[in-house]
Design a protein around this ligand. Structure first.
Ligand code: AMP
Ligand code: MN
Ligand code: MN
Ligand code: MN
Length: 276
């Protein structure tokens, strides 16, 4: 079991636990190097750091930035940066403004298939008013009894081609990588196995990301199967990228992997945290 966990979410985005409870759980599960990576938001970092340091853990500033790249939404995790820097703070503020507008369009789309009140419903679940996520819409659909669980909410309503999915323009890849670099941090491509990319597109993404100054890929994540660990370990080596690891924990019962329950990185990779 690895003592490193560099991907997780609090109530400052779409996680279910406030930073104090999240970090305390990570500590109890044996995590000693920990990053909070809320979607498009840095507001949980101060509280998370204070808790982690009081528990004697090494805390790494983190964020998971939503990016539009060639018809896909990608997630870029930024690590070990200065959250006070203007470019990252201002860039993310604009991403959050876009997210609010998207939430209205999602709700309008759901209303067209007879599901009323979704904006207010999702907002009730979103503890951070600037951060309505599809996860909050999913929780509303479950609460209404329209679907039996979050997975079904995504399968039937919140993914491409379904009522309740709207196209949206997030940050660009150069913006996301640039903001983190300007703040002195490193970027990794989150859960790369989850995107609908063919081999050629994967190679294009990895090449472009590396040329922009991107540093690593998540190899071990709750979103990957053991086969995908091996696949992305090979990609990392081929492209000279480092490897990251994180559970992507969102809350008890909402995530495949709990905090601190990750296997070690496959042999021969350079951990992105080696320089932290
Ligand atoms: P958003 O950034 O608002 O588009 O929401 C994306 C979030 O929805 C992800 O970070 C996950 O927390 C959640 N999510 C995405 N796909 C699924 C799924 N199939 N089942 C459950 N949660 C999902
Ligand atoms: Mn999420
Ligand atoms: Mn993600
Ligand atoms: Mn995540």
């Amino acid at each position: 079991m690895s003592s490193v966990d560099l991907h997780s979410h609090s109530t400052h985005s779409d996680g279910l636990l406030p930073p104090v409870e999240l970090v305390t759980r990570a500590h109890a599960n044996g995590v000693t190097t920990y990053a909070l990576t809320d979607h498009d938001e840095l507001s949980g970092l101060t509280e998370a750091r204070a808790t982690a340091e009081a528990l004697g853990m090494r805390f790494i500033n983190g964020v998971e930035i939503s990016v539009s790249w060639a018809d896909e939404t990608l997630h870029i995790v930024g690590l070990n940066f200065d959250p006070q820097q203007t470019a990252i703070a201002e860039g993310l503020r604009q991403v959050r403004v876009g997210r609010l507008a998207r939430a209205e369009r999602i709700a309008a789309d759901l209303a067209r298939v007879g599901i009323e009140g979704a904006l207010e419903g999702a907002r009730r679940h979103a503890r951070n008013p600037e951060l309505p996520s599809r996860a909050h819409f999913a929780r509303y659909l479950v609460e209404r009894g329209i679907v039996s669980d979050s997975n079904a909410a995504f399968r039937r309503y919140l993914t491409k081609g379904k009522p309740g999915y709207v196209e949206h323009q997030w940050a660009t890849l150069p913006q996301a990588v640039g903001w983190i670099m300007a703040a002195g941090g490193v970027t990794v491509i989150a859960h790369p196995g989850r995107y609908g990319l063919n081999n050629k597109e994967r190679e294009a993404l990895l090449g472009e990301f590396r040329d922009l100054g991107g540093v690593g890929v998540e190899v071990v994540t709750g979103s990957h199967t053991a086969d995908q660990y091996a696949t992305w370990a090979r990609y990392a080596q081929r492209f000279g990228l480092k490897a990251s690891a994180g559970s992507d924990f969102h809350g008890p019962g909402e995530s495949y992997l709990d905090l601190g329950k990750l296997p070690e990185l496959p042999f021969g990779l350079t951990p992105v945290w080696a320089d932290f």
